[in-house]
Design a protein around this ligand. Structure first.
Ligand code: ZN
Length: 466
């Protein structure tokens, strides 16, 4: 049975049978649901559906063992049937983590881009796009789609980069309003989402004074109005706006502020003033998040700039969430970042937190295998790569000469390989203890974790692609 043969009637039938098993059971897994589907009399009578479900179950096992990829599963008729089930699910979903700039589709970005490109500062915008993406075409929604879609194998830095394009169009409150309405209606109508938590940049900083950035108050009010007008239309839609602050120490407007701390505290004052002026916002704006590149942000001092501002928000009932433990220079520093964010910022919630979930023994052993293989082929370790940072920060005791050889790509002797194994083992054990300690404190303090497995897997490159 090939996928070609499955037309929409078959997909409808799969959706119907799947729905039936789900409706008549409670608390069973998806694989148990599929197993029961194979034993259902109606499915057995339809040999086409039966063979498709059997084939799909086999594919799931193959996927788990790494011999087929996720796309093979997704394009299968049973996937499409399950997709139908989810879209028709009588309760709407809660989207707990979505970014404004990452969720605007290419048609929307293209249309809005036309207006900035026809403005007096068109050349500035073209230059900016060129500086982000190089010499690329931006003449159709398809061109835009290529620029803002993350290709397979691309990672976190490219991800941050592609968010810069939608950011360019968000130049006033009106665009924010249209963007929010557009996003709400897409998610509600196409993906059955009835509640969302939106992460958006509260005050954007542009390196070019000619590039217009929207004042933060207009951003919040624009988004509020866009979502509110959609909510009023449909009646069963709700939203939460989560102003997000870039955490990089250098991210602040250097023309206006002496320091990161000053810039951040001004933003907090603006946010609190806005809530005083517009009490209707209080039900929708009651938490904040921090985002950005955290590779250089792990020591206590890195967290002090934002500490006081967060305290002021907490006193007003705000929850503090943070994108943390998502990328790192070394795993130990990734854990340290979560540790410090928890202690100094008093986080209520951790978004991503991969450094807390990854198994250090697995992580260091696969790093060890990769580096050893390259060493046997006389390949040096690239300066400033993640392997470089990990290797140079391992617990080498007296064996620094082994580290030097690895960095230079000089093949190790058998005894030196043994020393490398030991250093790797000591490091993994130490990091594991630290990680468990941080994890226990998280549990103790009741800090919740929003894990986002698919984006984590794609963005961090910490997991080997199958
Ligand atoms: Zn995020």
């Amino acid at each position: 049975m090939s996928n070609r043969d499955a037309d929409s009637t078959i997909i409808d039938e799969i959706a119907e049978q799947f729905t039936k098993v789900v409706a008549e059971t409670n608390g069973i897994t998806i694989s148990e649901t599929l197993e029961l589907l194979c034993k259902s009399n109606e499915v057995i009578e339809s040999s086409v559906v039966l063979s498709l479900v059997k084939e799909f179950r086999d594919l799931i096992s193959s996927y788990q063992f790494g011999s087929v990829d996720i796309y093979t599963l997704l394009k299968h008729p049973v996937s499409k049937g399950i997709d139908k089930f989810f879209r028709k699910f009588p309760k709407k979903y809660h989207e707990e983590h979505i970014h404004l700039t990452g969720s605007l589709n290419s048609e929307f970005v293209y249309d809005e881009l036309q207006s900035v490109l026809s403005s007096a500062d068109s050349a500035v915008y073209r230059d900016k796009i060129k500086s982000i993406f190089g010499d690329v075409s931006i003449d159709s929604p398809e061109d835009i789609s290529k620029l803002i879609t993350l290709a397979d194998g691309e990672e976190f830095d490219r991800y941050l980069k592609i968010l810069d394009l939608p950011a360019l169009i968000l130049k006033d409150g009106e665009v924010h309003k249209r963007a929010a309405y557009h996003m709400a209606s897409e998610l509600y109508n196409k993906f059955n989402v009835g509640n969302l938590k939106l992460k958006f940049t509260f005050s954007r900083v542009s390196s070019d004074p000619k590039i217009i950035t929207t004042p933060s108050k207009e951003v919040v009010l624009g988004l509020y109005e866009g979502f509110k007008s959609f909510a009023n239309e449909v009646g069963d839609f709700n939203f939460n706006l989560s102003p997000s602050f870039r955490k990089e120490a250098t991210y602040y407007d250097k023309n206006l502020f002496r320091s990161k701390k000053d810039g951040f505290e001004k933003s907090i004052s603006e946010l609190l003033e806005l809530l005083e002026e517009h009490p209707e916002l209080i039900d929708h704006v009651n938490e904040v998040d921090t985002v950005g590149n955290e590779r250089d942000m792990y020591r206590k001092g890195h967290f002090r700039d934002m500490q006081d501002g967060f305290r002021r928000l907490q006193r007003r009932g705000f929850q503090i969430r943070s994108h943390h433990g998502e990328v790192w220079k070394t795993l130990a520093k990734g854990i340290q970042a979560v540790d410090n964010a928890m202690n100094i910022w008093h986080l209520d919630n951790l978004e991503h937190g991969i450094s807390i979930g990854i198994n250090p023994n697995y992580y260091y052993h696969s790093l060890f295998q990769r580096i050893l293989k390259n060493n046997r082929e006389s390949k040096p370790i690239k300066f400033n790569s993640r392997d470089f940072y990990e290797i140079t920060e391992m617990d080498w005791k007296h064996d620094y000469h082994v580290m030097d050889k690895l960095v230079k790509g000089t093949p190790l002797s058998l005894a030196e390989e043994k020393a490398f194994t030991k250093a790797k083992f000591r490091t993994a054990t130490e990091v594991e203890r630290y990680q468990h300690d941080v994890l226990n404190r998280m549990i103790h303090k009741n800090i919740s974790l929003v894990a986002l497995p698919s984006s984590n897997k794609r963005l961090t490159g910490n997991f080997k692609k199958r």
